[in-house]
Write a protein that binds this ligand. Structure first.
Ligand code: IVH
Length: 669
């Protein structure tokens, strides 16, 4: 008897069950500590038995660093949309119509929430999740299985019994309000663009190329549609109740409704009650319950005749525009902001709303002192959706976008194909300079405690700070000159400036405000480049070979270091003793075993990340290249190497080396 195998299987079953209790039922039966201990035990056992590896094991659900991009998959049943309406009368008409078409039989309806997320189709075979595909164009979508696997409320191994051998289930992937707020707060802090609503955040997250990041974001999923040949029941509602027993999250709001009065009551109730739900909803869906009746009603080209969506009205207010202000950010982008007469909307007072860019002002055709409609539906951030032109003052002029920077007077430029207008005077425009310094000292960057927005402003006004390198030349007297009792404050600030010198290289990279380089990007770039001198000399091709670095980021980096002023800042930071290299990089090559070899990395790995393999190759004298050609000497192939790469490698007769053999080759195994 194989006792390790048995224990591994038992642990997998237990951990799946505990995940279900925690993420679906919200009623855990074990402590976090106990859960973690079982997980550790499973990890340890799995490490001893690679032959029992399973991509669906609970240990694999945190996601790996890398994904292969998404391949397109055709849906077994096309993913249709729903006919929708904002009016209760039209829902009533729908009920009358179906009751009329199904004469002589009872016709029950199912009322359910319309979740405002991104739809997903999951395929299960023999109780195991085999594929997760986005809606795409309805006919085919992206295979996002690696990302979906990280969503803990989705069962990867079904529980209970009675599930068909092969079936599909559809639902909505959502980002709960709590996680949405957390994510946006984090993004605001990092000066990354905010997600307008949980729907955009959910679909953006699902399309991330890094499953580990997906796993961190806290996605959830609700299911509402079972498809397949041998479904357990002839009722949609009963099927969903079965699916719940197999481990799927099915909303408690799903209810059988018999009469039109039931339907109307359901609408009245949820119109307000939905605001208490942990996730965003944008309406209700009513479906004919009986599957045979559904079949008889059939489909139009776009949607089923057996269902209708009732959409909630977004909350809307009308208020007067006082004036439009134009604000300059750290990156020089000028944002128009509508300053409004304060108005109450969904419980908060709205005074300002971003107009985003010139295109939006033009499309809405906003004039001075116009009465504007402000909405806050699923959108957390108030949005101007229209103008009440009947109340326009005679002679009011159209709002024109400023042609010059409101802060420094420089003529604005607009990048080709982009709506944004930008002040190009990066080094002379005060809000840009101050913004970069504020960013540099921020908590997630150099974490210089005691210097905040106001102090950066004062130090700049006094002429003590012109760029971030000046921070390291600040004196106690300069800081003290800002305050009546400045001794203690100056001491504290100088101490934290000193401490910032040991911040790792990746933080410095992020702090520098290199266009498009965010926190995660900086980490990857730091790891791949090893030190700033190497980074400064990297070509566009070398940069885009780094995980998640696209042409925009690469250009941002090249242009940044091409500017003399930025190179001077780097030199001054170096002289001040900042960390400009990763600690692990050992400059001397470990061997020359791969000398002159051009190696392509493909697939996913267990022992090291792709970036680490890239460093290892360079460390042993080889070169990592992006695509397979006649010049490629070897392919380091992990799991799931792309089929086209495999084909090409075979055609060119290039040796394919697996992870373990590679490690043996360089003497690590
Ligand atoms: S049923 C053939 N039920 O709304 C009908 N859809 O406008 C398939 N949605 O693409 C959809 N909640 O992403 C259905 N309870 C629910 C839903 C729901 C949200 C989404 C879904 C669909 C879109 C249709």
């Amino acid at each position: 008897m194989d006792s390790i195998k048995n224990r591994i299987e038992e642990l997998r079953r237990l951990l799946n069950e505990y995940n279900h209790q925690y993420y679906v039922l919200s009623s855990p039966t074990v402590s976090d500590k106990e859960f973690d201990m079982l997980m550790k035990e499973l990890e340890a056992l799995e490490a001893t038995r690679p032959d029992l590896a399973d991509p669906l094991s609970p240990t694999q659900r945190v996601g790996s660093d890398i994904s292969k991009g998404f391949s397109q998959v055709k849906h077994i049943y096309p993913m249709l949309s729903l006919a929708n309406t904002y009016s209760v009368e039209e829902v009533d008409d729908f009920v009358k119509r179906v009751k009329k078409e199904i004469i002589g039989e009872d016709c029950a309806l199912v009322g359910e929430m319309k979740f405002d997320g991104t739809s997903i189709s999951l395929v299960y075979e023999n109780g195991r999740l085999t594929r997760a595909v986005t809606r795409g164009d309805g006919v085919q979508g992206d295979d996002v299985t690696a990302n979906v696997k990280t969503i803990r409320s989705i069962p990867v191994q079904l529980q209970g019994e009675g599930w068909p051998e092969h079936f599909e289930i559809r639902g909505e992937i959502v980002l709960p309000w709590k996680e949405f707020d957390r994510l946006n707060a984090e993004r605001q802090f990092n000066e990354e663009p905010l997600f307008a609503n949980p729907r955009n955040a959910a679909s953006g997250t699902l399309k991330l190329l890094n499953p580990k990041e997906v796993s961190r974001r806290g996605l959830d999923a609700y299911f509402y549609y079972l498809l397949g040949e041998n479904l357990p029941c002839g009722s949609h509602y009963e099927n969903m109740m079965e699916a719940r027993k197999w481990g799927f999250k099915v909303s408690d709001a799903m209810t059988l409704l018999r009469t039109m009065e039931d339907v109307d009551r359901y609408i009245t109730y949820w119109d307000t009650a939905r605001k208490e739900l942990p996730v965003a909803t944008d309406g209700l869906v009513f479906k004919v319950d009986n599957l045979r009746q559904q079949l008889n009603l059939g489909y139009t080209a776009k949607s089923p005749r057996w269902a209708i969506a009732y959409k909630f009205q977004a909350e809307r207010a009308l208020t007067r525009l006082q004036y439009v202000s134009f604000e300059v950010g750290r990156t020089g982008v000028v944002t128009p902001v509508a300053n409004l007469e304060p108005v109450l909307l969904s419980g908060t007072i709205v005074k300002r709303a971003s107009l985003h860019n010139a295109d939006i002002i033009r499309t809405l055709d906003i004039h001075e002192h116009d009465m504007l409609y402000v909405e806050k539906g699923g959108e957390i951030i108030p949005k101007i959706t229209g103008v009440e032109t009947s109340q326009r003052e005679t002679g009011a002029g159209a709002i024109a976008f400023v042609t010059h920077c409101p802060a420094c007077g420089t003529p604005l430029v607009s990048a080709e194909g982009e709506a944004a207008r930008v002040c190009p005077d990066k080094y002379g425009c005060p809000p840009q300079i101050k913004g970069r310094i504020e960013h540099f000292v921020g908590r997630r960057m150099m974490n210089i405690d005691g210097i905040g927005e106001e102090m950066v402003n004062d130090l700049c006004e006094k002429g003590y700070l012109k760029d971030c390198a000046d921070i390291y030349d600040l004196t106690a007297d300069q800081i003290k000159s800002l305050y009546v009792k400045g001794d203690r404050i100056a001491e504290k600030i100088l101490k934290s400036i000193e401490a910032s010198k040991s911040m790792p290289y990746e933080r410095v990279l992020y702090a520098l405000s290199i266009p498009y380089v965010g926190e995660t990007g900086a980490k990857k770039i730091a790891r791949a480049s090893g030190n700033i001198d190497r980074l400064m000399s990297m070509s566009e091709e070398e940069l885009t070979a780094i995980d998640d670095v696209g042409p925009n980021i690469a250009r941002g980096i090249i242009d940044f270091f091409a500017d003399e002023r930025n190179r001077t800042i780097v030199e001054r930071l170096r002289e001040s003793g900042l960390t400009l290299a990763t600690e692990t990089v050992d400059e001397a090559p470990a061997s020359d075993i791969l000398s002159g070899k051009s190696i392509v990395i493909s697939g996913t790995f267990d022992r090291h990340s792709r970036d680490e393999y890239k460093q290892i190759i360079e460390h042993h004298g080889g070169k990592n290249t992006g695509s397979i050609s006649k010049k490629t000497d070897m392919i380091l192939a992990g799991e799931n190497m792309g089929p086209s790469k495999l084909e090409k490698a075979k055609a060119l007769n290039i040796p394919i080396v697996d992870e373990i053999s590679f490690l043996q080759m360089i003497g690590e195994e």
